[in-house]
Design a protein around this ligand. Sequence first.
Ligand SMILES: Nc1ncnc2c1ncn2[C@@H]1O[C@H](COP(=O)(O)OP(=O)(O)O)[C@@H](O)[C@H]1O
Ligand SMILES: [Mg+2]
Length: 348
Amino acid sequence: MASHAIEVKNLYKIFGPRGEEYVDVVKNGMGKTELNEKHGHVLGLQDINISMPGGCITVVMGLSGSGKSTLIRHINRLIDPTAGEVLYDGVDVCKMNESDLRAFRRNKTAMVFQKFALLPHRNVLENTIYGLEIQGVERRESEKRALGWIDRVGLKGFEKHYPNQLSGGMQQRVGLARALTNDAEILLMDEAYSALDPLIRVDMQSVLLELQKELKKTVVFITHDLDEALRLGDKIAILRDGRVVQQGTGQEIVLSPADDYITAFVKEVNRGRVINVETIMRPLSGNPEGLPLAAGTVLEAAARTMTGAHINAAHVVDANGRPIGAIDLQTIIAAMVTPTGHVARKAA
Ligand SMILES: Nc1ncnc2c1ncn2[C@@H]1O[C@H](COP(=O)(O)OP(=O)(O)O)[C@@H](O)[C@H]1O
Ligand SMILES: [Mg+2]
């Protein structure tokens, strides 16, 4: 029953020579600053519990220094935990012996880096093939697979180009093709798009979403950018100072930020382009009124459709066209403009 899910359980990372000795004081409430000042150890991660469903994109978001890289590096055990577990298909990665770990890393995981990590003296094809070469895959087979992925990421015709002949976005496409060519179930992306220009970044997000529709990999995507998190994440976990402050869907986080820290994050979000009609619809009472709106329609699009049709009421329909809720223009506008305070929301 391999679901390809990753379960992070009670994970702690305390950097320093005697990290284990301080797990208990951290459990008893000592924070990052105090641990550093009193004991000279750095609290990297604290009691992390995140289920990352198989076949989904889980985004880990947080400011610089919040522990994102430390967390993702536990998943292929580039970092050993101080306490806790990282389960993949029920097996604790942290307990694997050396040869199991090597096989796990090589066959199950692929990383995409911010700095692309391309080999400068190898062309696009040779870079893409690199992992298969190491695995000893026969040349004709590896070339066929690599060329397929080069095509899929939109680099057909660039096979013989060298990294320094490519733009940043194109280099990142090579990084993605290389990761996909490995055919790994888990894709680990640590700020993979953070160095790209905004428009190219959105392009690359689209490439990933398009591929993911069909590939259904277990993707762990790290970013400090909320718009990127909302666009990509089936699920989002927000880290602060090494702990999870909120996790849930983008809709949940935008509509009910757990604290002031997250409220500050979501304040700048364009709610009309993030919140779906089914998130704010009310139950149907009587016959469905007005226009049908497909579930998944964002508020801005719904408002445009309804104002364009001079109609105030609508109903939301599921993929089979079955009515599942009712909505009106006023509710839509209110949800688009309401300040995103978690206090205000509770009072509502
Ligand atoms: N090898 C290390 N030794 C000591 N402290 C570290 C080490 N790696 C990371 N840290 C600390 O752990 C915290 C989290 O870092 P990191 O995971 O890199 O954050 P992020 O990726 O969110 O920017 C930071 O305070 C950082 O200084
Ligand atoms: Mg980082």
